[in-house]
Write a protein that binds this ligand. Structure first.
Ligand SMILES: Cc1cc2nc3c(=O)[nH]c(=O)nc-3n(C[C@H](O)[C@H](O)[C@H](O)COP(=O)(O)OP(=O)(O)OC[C@H]3O[C@@H](n4cnc5c(N)ncnc54)[C@H](O)[C@@H]3O)c2cc1C
Length: 381
């Protein structure tokens, strides 16, 4: 089905991103997977061709264009090139609304130029060893002392956790006040008491740094709080999570499409019993089902992108997109791996890497079960 999401400018930008991926990323990604991290220079190079912070106003170095279709172009190219180590989508799709929309003038001047140039890498630290799905169970505390908050606690599974220069930390400023007692604080590289733990050893996305973070009496200036008042953090998170979930859904559909293309090509060339494996009815039926579901998912996700641009994407619709497309992605990739036979189990085949890389998609950004809770609650039972 013809895709009409993009205009000419998006397609031109897509060419630029493709060239960047072929030149600066693909030849090195395997090494980054062994290193467990992407070098910071790649971020700067991406910044030079305008890959970060489209929505940042021009006065702070951005393009001043709020259009999630540009984010979509970048993320799709990352996925199509198997470059799952790049934490760009966390920076662009998840963090941008925090640093662009929830910051005051002084914070914008401090952070946005680096955000756009790729010199200031960002992360968000919600999850703790004892609190993931249940955000209200966060135990990190921030106690006000004059012009500072004293931050204590531990976070885990933080994407860009090693590379990040600025981490938005979710902390309790009033542990008795429930949702109204949560505040977001920007912790910067070099602040005393801010430590990084292990770069965690994951089953997939090997080149992406996912880390533990520690906060031991970190004195965070009140000037680093997001929002004009304490206690707004939970609502700020709720406001931005739909965009994060849509971003994950965009990646899910792109990954399913990519693996399907690769698998169709494989099934044409692989022979068994004197004929191509694509000539077996089972192969054709499996692929027919997967392609149909992926095409339908594409339509829904593209519609969500336009809804987000129009300011109309609801938390419930984003939850639908997130759980359904990520479950589809893992199913598509698993069935495609099966069609590759033993070669599908070898990491030199893209389908094998896609299989391990994709497994987390139904977990982070809110699990499938939590997405269904969000949708189910909307019925008002
Ligand atoms: C690679 C990776 C990157 C990540 N990046 C970040 C990041 O950058 N920042 C960040 O803050 N976090 C990040 N996370 C954390 C991620 O968001 C959490 O792992 C996720 O929200 C689930 O939390 P949990 O791991 O504590 O699981 P739990 O909350 O302990 O859930 C365990 C199981 O119980 C189920 N469950 C929990 N509550 C319910 C319920 N009410 N009803 C039904 N089932 C339920 C879950 O669905 C799940 O199946 C990342 C995680 C990974 C693996």
């Amino acid at each position: 089905m013809r895709r009409d999401l993009f205009d000419e400018e998006h397609l031109l930008f897509q060419e630029t991103v493709r060239e960047f991926m072929a030149r600066e990323v693909v030849p090195h990604h395997e090494r980054w997977e062994k290193d467990g991290i992407v070098p910071r220079e790649v971020w700067k190079k991406a910044g030079e061709i305008g890959m970060f912070g489209f929505g940042v106003p021009e006065e702070y170095g951005g393009a001043g264009i709020t259009d999630f279709r540009y984010n979509t172009v970048i993320l799709e190219e990352i996925i199509r090139h198997g470059a799952t180590g790049l934490g760009f989508s966390l920076h662009n799709d998840v963090m941008a609304p925090y640093v662009v929309e929830l910051t005051d003038e002084e914070q914008k001047r401090r952070w946005l130029p680096g955000f756009v140039s790729g010199e200031l890498i960002t992360a968000i630290a919600m999850t703790e060893p004892g609190a993931g799905s249940d955000l209200q169970g966060v135990r990190a505390t921030a106690v006000r002392e004059g012009d500072h908050y004293v931050l204590n606690g531990q976070k885990t599974f933080i994407t860009n956790g090693i590379n990040a220069d600025l981490v938005i930390v979710v902390a309790k400023t009033d542990p008795e006040a429930g949702a109204r007692g949560v505040t977001l604080l920007a912790v910067e590289r070099g602040m005393e008491g801010f430590g990084r733990g292990r770069n965690l050893d994951k089953i997939g996305m090997k080149a992406q740094d996912t880390a533990e973070l520690f906060f031991d009496n970190v004195r965070v200036p009140v000037a680093n709080r997001l929002g004009p008042a304490e206690g707004e953090g939970f609502f700020q998170l709720m406001r931005n999570l739909p965009q994060e979930r849509l971003s994950i859904a965009v990646g899910a559909v792109a990954a399913a499409e990519t693996v399907l293309e690769q698998t169709i090509a494989y099934c044409k060339s692989r022979q068994a019993f004197g004929r191509s494996i694509g000539s077996f009815q089972n192969t054709r039926f499996v692929l027919a089902e997967l392609v149909t579901e992926t095409d339908i998912a594409r339509q829904y996700v593209d519609r969500c992108i336009l809804a987000l641009n129009a300011g109309e994407l609801t938390a419930v619709d984003a939850a639908k997109a997130k759980w359904w497309t990520t479950e589809l992605q893992t199913k598509v990739i698993d069935r495609c791996l099966q069609l590759h036979g033993g070669y599908g189990y070898m990491l030199e085949y893209p389908v094998a890497k896609a299989w391990v890389d994709s497994r987390v998609q139904t977990i982070y950004g809110g699990t499938t079960e939590i997405m269904k809770e969000i949708i189910g609650r909307s019925f008002g039972f």
